[in-house]
Ligand binder design. Sequence first.
Ligand code: AMP
Length: 158
Amino acid sequence: MAMGNYKHLLLAVDFEPNGAPVIERARQLYAQFGSRLTLLHVLEPVMPPQEYMPLGCGAELPLPDDIGLEHELLELSQRQLDVIGDELGVAPEDRLVRIGSTGHTIDAVAAEIGADLVVVGSHGRHGFMRLFGSTSKAVLGSLTCDVLCVKLSEGGGA
Ligand code: AMP
């Protein structure tokens, strides 16, 4: 089966200091394939203080609108994403900030935009840290397109 180049990449950006190799890998692929590149940062819903939590309430209740924290976080994230978008030459409409659970939202956006390759970092956790699920694992488990998992070291760099 003949396989063409990837046409639309989705880069999942977490703004962590050791995430540079993930961005660099996406930059290389984007240049090599001449693909479209969409950037995505996901904000997990902000948890209200315990006193605002009705009994039996689920864990992902957003703060009331008037507190405005979520709005500020959205703006801050958008500004951080714009810095990366400017560096990579990504169109403003392809710089997305969404609220949700990270793995699920990456999957949903990949389907929404018709991405054929998702680029994420893998922190290569070991020992005790292996007990926790990582975003890359969540994405690998449920995505319907290809995933490039860029291996990252804990301390920084690839
Ligand atoms: P982690 O789950 O911390 O091991 O993160 C692995 C990779 O998942 C990161 O390098 C990013 O590519 C992606 N990722 C983690 N958190 C987010 C987030 N909040 N928004 C978008 N991508 C993320």
